[in-house]
Design a protein around this ligand. Structure first.
Ligand code: ADP
Length: 480
């Protein structure tokens, strides 16, 4: 079940960890969201228990399946609407679901007697588990050796409003003086404050969130935790995203067969009802239609570049006002622009394989995956120089040693200038192809990042062991 980049991560990182020589025992837990097509998963009910809340007992069921060798547990029960979406529009509405899920996940470990060394929580939705581990369970023998990692995939999403769920499970607001007053119940702030280590999904973003501009109000808390904060770049699943074997493509290709790639462009233009033309550069934008992603900037920059030849395709869903702006743009420029405002995984593959360049004018980008898929498929990114985009795209200033184009500022003229620069290079076929080959050669697999995660888990494990030894020493002294 995937609605954005976190789906890619949850689908790939466990396998990549298991493939390391240390073969860690990685288990994935997620809610049994509504709309989940679980028919082929062979789910097996393996635990059923109750959790006491303030007003009632909450029933939990946990189902198991195995994916690529890793156990996957789906949590279902009173707190999870069997027909509900992955995310509701507000964190206030989602708070009870994810608090229930987080606590049920911890309780489940105890129920099956499986004591994890590390709980790795992602985003605010599971940060409750990190907080509860420290706040409530830290002194219980079952949990004393379990450490925690809080990963931030997108800092402004802190779970604002979800704090109203806390009292049902008797969890207090944070007493950490480094947590700002207004965030004392926001799950992400609780997770950042309570975790043994905190990381984000790129080194660049780890640095940016310490600043006032990108800290979303939590920069003082993050600065206080700076020694425990790091950035590890997300990888991509290089098996399902492989232009040589991709079943979604009419014409598979690799870097020695870029002529076959060109056939995908013509097929895509035909599919979109845009005139087939190898010469007119085809631009694309794929992803959540959100202010973060700079859709407005892309539209304005395209208007500023109307004197040049290009056509553009948008694939995404999200903010209704921005979706309407895209549709209006397509109405104004019917010969040049198409929009598919739905979630369409196979079409995303065909666009990465057929479009010439990917527009990524993100206002901020914790890691970003689209640029990596684009580069792997020879679709060069024109991206704002932010966070993970800067960490993954090489821009050598047109010389042909680069893998894309980075735009320093966020203004519309600046992004338009970046597009112009890319379209100038596009006319120089030799340089463009060289850049495509450079991009396709990049190694964005999870291998390197999985190793970094394992190192981080080991550091956390050492912290927990030192803490346990310290406590044991203290107890011995107290007895004496
Ligand atoms: P974020 O996690 O901020 O949404 P990322 O760039 O990290 O952005 O990841 C987005 C992922 O979701 C990519 O795999 C992208 O291809 C995919 N995606 C987003 N919207 C769509 C869509 N409408 N159809 C198909 N794939 C989509």
């Amino acid at each position: 079940m995937k609605v954005g980049g976190l789906g890619d991560v949850a689908g790939s990182l466990p396998d990549a960890l298991r493939a390391l020589p240390a073969e860690p025992d990685v288990r994935l837990m997620l809610p049994l969201h509504g709309g989940f097509d679980s028919r082929d998963l062979g789910l097996r009910l393996i635990a059923s228990f109750g959790m006491l809340g303030y007003t009632r007992e909450w029933k939990v069921q946990v189902y198991e399946t195995v994916a690529s060798g890793s156990p996957v547990y789906f949590v279902s029960g009173d707190g999870i609407d069997p027909d509900g979406p992955v995310y509701r529009p507000s964190a206030a509405a989602d708070g009870p679901k994810y608090l229930f899920f987080s606590l049920a996940a911890l309780e489940f470990c105890r129920q099956i007697g499986w004591r994890p060394d590390i709980i790795h929580a992602n985003d605010w939705h599971t940060a409750f588990a990190v907080y509860a581990l420290k706040q409530r369970y830290g002194s219980e023998p079952f949990w004393t050796e379990t450490g925690s990692l809080q990963t931030i995939h997108n800092l402004p999403y802190q779970g604002q409003g979800a704090e109203s769920a806390l009292p049902e499970f008797d969890l207090p607001l944070s007493a950490d003086p480094c947590v700002p007053e207004w965030a004392r119940g926001f799950p992400l702030a609780l997770g950042i404050s309570a975790a043994d280590k905190v990381n984000t999904v790129s080194p660049g973003y780890a640095w940016e969130i310490l600043t006032h501009d990108h800290g979303a109000g939590l920069d003082p808390l993050l600065t206080a935790r700076r020694d425990d904060l790091s950035g590890i770049l997300n990888g991509i699943d290089t098996e399902s995203w492989n232009p040589t074997t991709d079943a979604y493509l009419a014409h598979r290709f690799d870097l020695s067969r870029l002529a076959d790639r060109a056939k995908n462009k013509l097929a895509l233009q035909a599919e979109l009802g845009l005139g087939a033309s190898a010469a007119v550069p085809l631009l694309a934008m794929i992803g959540r239609i959100d202010v973060q992603k700079g859709v407005d900037v892309a539209l304005a920059a395209l208007v500023l570049s109307l004197d040049l030849a290009w056509s553009v395709v948008f694939l995404g869903t999200g903010d209704p006002a921005l979706e309407a702006a895209i549709l209006e743009f397509c109405r104004q420029y019917p010969d040049r622009a198409r929009a598919i405002l739905t979630y369409d995984g196979p079409l995303a593959h065909r666009i990465y394989a057929g479009a010439d360049a990917l527009l990524i004018p993100s206002r901020y980008e914790p890691c970003g995956l689209t640029q990596m898929f684009g580069m792997r498929y020879g679709c060069l990114p024109i991206a704002r120089a932010a966070g993970g985009l800067t960490d993954t795209i090489v821009d050598d200033g047109n010389g042909g040693d680069g893998t894309g184009f980075l735009v320093p500022g966020m203004s519309e003229p600046e992004f338009s200038e970046g597009m112009r620069r890319a379209l100038r290079v596009y006319k120089d076929k030799k340089t463009w192809k060289r850049m495509q080959r450079n991009a396709m050669k990049q190694d964005f697999s999870w291998r390197a990042s999985a190793r970094l995660y394992l190192d981080l888990y080991r550091q956390i494990h050492s912290i927990r062991q030192a803490e346990r030894n310290r406590m044991a020493g203290k107890q011995t002294r107290d007895v004496r």
